[in-house]
Write a protein of this length. Sequence first.
Length: 145
Amino acid sequence: MELDKNIEKLLEKYFEATTTVAEEATLRDYFAQEHVATHLEQYRPMFNYFSSAKEERYTKQVPLKPRKKLDYRWISAAAAVVLAFGIYFGADSYQSYHEQKQAEYAYQETKKALSLLAENFGKGTEKMAYLQEFEVAKAKVFNEN
């Protein structure tokens, strides 16, 4: 009975993760024996599993392949060639890209200017309608006199 109460206290400490290694060994030994209190029987498979899992070993052979050595001289030479290629052809590409952006900017500014001109031209044609009425009225006046 005294042992069961001690084991219960050790179980509480075990689940709170405050037991020492010696106390855990006591728990393993208790659950490894034949006589275990019936209310503690539920913990037996857990401690028996830990004991049996400790004994398991991996017995298969793992084939190890030797690593291939990289020849860094060829890699560095290839990187230098790619870098030179990028510098040589990149300047032309950048120049054409820059010119394209300038042309795009000029196109957008011209488009703004023409839309402003069209807007003001539209205002001017509205005034021409009044001028047309004036011409009709003037024609009536001069034709009747």
